[in-house]
Design a protein around this ligand. Structure first.
Ligand code: FA5
Length: 344
């Protein structure tokens, strides 16, 4: 009987490793250990054996049972790994670029001209001792309007129609001026920073207007800051970017968060098309002396400190710098446009 038991076990050992389906492994196990399995039948026949035989065969069969269980588990694990590997093999995606693809003209990606100019301007301001700050695209009413001296009933809200979230408390920021209050909080004057980023407006698009565009906010707060400081930094910025003197004009501009407020316009001609309604003075750089209410919202002592702020339109700056006729090329995804900018 012992020989029979051993033979069964050996046969099982040989058979189980040949199986590649979990169900087959379990069936094989049942053919031995199941109620009517071969091993169970041997144990049943023990009733006619001597006490000594029952003991020896009982111990041996228990040992085999355990070993069979282990072999079953090992084989199931092996099968599962085989299945995973075969799935991975079937779903494999080749992400490498073959020589033939490269020959057809695909090139490594470069920076968008707006990103390039943003980095250039960040460097210019960093070299003049400004910090570079970031702010959230999804803003609350307070930072986009209230803290900037634009209460909920103020008509100036209509100047920047935006996309509101369903809770009516959050919105896609309409300007980077949101960074002003966030930047002032936690800083002690004197300080100066710029804050670039995407802004969003519910606007009709045309050659100089997009719904999603880029601005760069700037702010300087300290003692006895004047309009001359503001003009100095604006002129330095334009000179550094264009490497030439531009014809500019400063005219009064209304923004509730500055007093007085200005519009800095730049003389611009739409490329290649002669004078058109998009040529002439291009509104580029609104700016002004920070309103005391805004300074107070930022925790600044207005008896001691004042400051200036500006909000530069980065997309329009790129248009002027590279002679681009239409702002809508920027988000077009057209490679004929974008591949002209080789800045990596
Ligand atoms: C503002 O957004 C103010 N927050 C700027 C400011 C900051 C004023 C600090 C004073 C002090 P305005 O709405 O004019 O202002 O926009 C600023 C600049 O963003 C514009 O001069 C223009 O260059 C650019 N701009 C405005 N609307 C669009 C648009 N739809 N598409 C592309 N550029 C735009």
């Amino acid at each position: 009987m012992l020989d029979k038991l051993e033979a069964l076990y050996k046969q099982f050992q040989e058979d189980v490793i040949k199986l590649h389906k979990v169900a087959d492994v379990l069936n094989l196990k049942a053919s031995l250990l199941g109620k009517k399995g071969a091993l169970s039948e041997i144990l049943k026949s023990l009733k006619d054996a001597t006490a000594e035989q029952r003991k020896t065969i009982g111990v041996k069969s228990n040992q085999y049972k355990k070993e069979i269980e282990d072999l079953v588990q090992n084989q199931i694990k092996k099968i599962e790994i085989e299945e995973i590997n075969s799935k991975l093999e079937k779903n494999k995606i080749d992400i490498s670029l073959t020589d033939s693809v490269l020959e057809k003209g695909l090139q490594a990606a470069g920076l968008h001209p707006v990103s390039t100019i943003q980095r250039e301007i960040e460097d210019i301001f960093l070299s003049m001792g400004f910090d570079v700050l970031d702010g959230p695209h999804i803003e609350d009413d307070y930072h986009n309007f209230e803290a900037l001296n634009i209460p909920s009933d103020h008509p100036a809200r209509d100047m920047q129609d935006t996309f509101w979230f369903k809770d009516k408390k959050h919105l896609l920021r309409t300007h980077t001026s949101t960074i002003q209050v966030r930047g002032m909080q936690g800083r002690k004057p004197p300080f100066q920073f710029v804050g670039p980023g995407k802004v969003f407006r519910n606007e009709r698009t045309d050659a100089t207007h997009e719904m999603c565009f880029h601005q760069l906010e700037g702010m300087m707060v300290g003692e006895n800051i004047t309009v001359s400081h503001l003009i100095y930094f604006m002129k330095t910025l334009l000179k550094e970017i264009f490497k030439k003197d531009f014809e500019i004009r400063l005219r009064p501009g209304f923004f509730p968060f500055v007093e007085p407020g200005f519009e800095l316009d730049i003389r611009w001609k739409k490329p290649g098309k002669g004078e058109s309604k998009h040529s002439g003075w291009l509104e580029l750089l609104p700016c002004g002396m920070v309103h005391p209410n805004v300074l107070k919202a930022g925790g600044v002592d207005t008896d001691k400190y004042n400051g200036f702020a500006f909000g530069l339109g980065l997309d329009r700056l790129v248009m002027v710098k590279y002679g681009i006729d239409d702002l809508r090329h920027f988000h077009s995804g057209d490679l004929r446009f974008i591949s002209q900018f080789k800045s990596y």
